[in-house]
Ligand binder design. Structure first.
Ligand code: KG4
Ligand code: ZN
Length: 323
């Protein structure tokens, strides 16, 4: 079963060809970062126009890299929501046109379901249920118990900003540009994570909250405005902020692992690219006897927005229909 998948929910135009939900024949991603750096964030109208420009070349490249012809494609998948409406529309219209022209089924996929199955992509052994998934992206922050494909139970979520959004906003305050996550991680590597004690919200509760942390960084920087010109100061604030986010995510994840009997723990979403977060989860799981297997996406490209994960989700959600 070969699915051609399209993802255009935000600022990446991506097309992939995925076989049986796991084997990635191609996963082409055209990033708009250079355009959005100018404005320090995504302007929805600009993003939609960029998708229109990139869509056909990316589609062609994905078919070429997969070395398949249209006859080899069994279905089309596309991100249906959530995302920027103009951006989503470009992907959805392209997918609908292809499905109609090829007379193949069209599978609309929820973007976050795509992130949640991104650990199925690749050559590793197939994950075993139940799986506890920590999804952390720019728009989403959820702890989900997955008992089988299509069986999701949301255990906790962010009551305000996601961790990724906090990374982006704090990076902007520090003058590190867009996108914030990789920039903060880079500077944090050079700084002292215990230089500033930023708060961890809702520590005793299940749900997440990151907007207070962002405000706390804002007031701290206002108070120390003159120091922003010093690299060491920026590095220390970046490291301390990152520490606070990682601590909040890891504490809640580990508590859930202790409460539940899961076979695997999966980290997914753009923030799953963060090495400090990956290392801390691995370290804390290492302290638990018979700890579940820990996975993060096999490639960095499977953490941030990509079409391969949409092809995987479409396959697992619909495979019963093809048996
Ligand atoms: O999953 P994603 O590509 O898009 C959404 O669905 O939102 O996630 C993007 C988010 C951005 O907030 C970005 O700053 C964050 O992922 N991110 C990171 C890193 N790489 C990307 N955050 C922390 N550390 C990173 N290395
Ligand atoms: Zn995403």
């Amino acid at each position: 079963m070969r699915i051609l998948a399209i993802e255009t929910s935000c600022d990446e135009t991506s097309v992939a060809v995925v076989e049986n939900g796991r084997k990635v024949l191609s996963n082409v991603i055209a990033s708009q970062i250079a355009k959005h750096k100018i404005t320090g964030g995504v302007v929805p109208e600009v993003a939609a126009r960029e998708h229109i420009v990139a869509m056909i070349p990316v589609l062609r490249q994905a078919m070429e890299e997969a070395a398949v012809t249209w006859k080899d494609i069994d279905a089309i998948a596309v991100t249906k929501e959530p995302g920027l409406v103009g951006s989503l529309t470009v992907g959805r219209m392209t997918a609908a046109g292809l499905a109609f022209a090829l007379d193949k089924p069209l599978f609309p996929v929820h973007h976050v379901h795509g992130h949640m199955v991104s650990n199925w992509l690749g050559d590793g052994p197939e994950p075993e249920f139940p799986v506890l998934i920590l999804t952390v992206s720019g728009g989403h922050n959820e702890l989900v118990l997955m008992r089988g494909h299509g069986q999701f139970e949301v255990l906790a979520e962010s009551l305000d900003d996601s961790a990724g959004e906090a990374f982006d906003k704090v990076a902007r305050l520090l003058g590190l540009g867009y996108p914030g996550g990789p920039a903060i991680e880079e500077r944090a590597r050079l700084g002292n994570a215990h230089a500033v004690k930023f708060p961890i919200a809702l520590r005793k509760e299940k749900n997440f909250s990151f907007s207070g942390l962002k405000t706390s960084v804002f007031y701290y920087l206002k108070k120390h405005e003159a120091e922003l010109a010093r690299d060491e100061f920026v590095n220390d604030v970046a490291a301390s902020f990152q520490e606070s986010v990682v601590q909040a995510l890891v504490e809640k994840l580990i508590r859930a692992v202790e409460d539940l009997d899961v076979k695997e723990v999966h980290l997914t979403g753009g923030v799953a690219a963060n090495c400090c977060l990956r290392e801390r989860i691995a370290k804390e799981l290492g302290r638990i006897a018979n700890a579940p297997r820990f996975r993060f996406p096999e490639k960095m490209d499977y953490c941030t927005d990509n079409a391969a994960m949409i092809g995987a989700a479409a396959y697992f959600e619909n495979r019963a229909k093809f048996r």
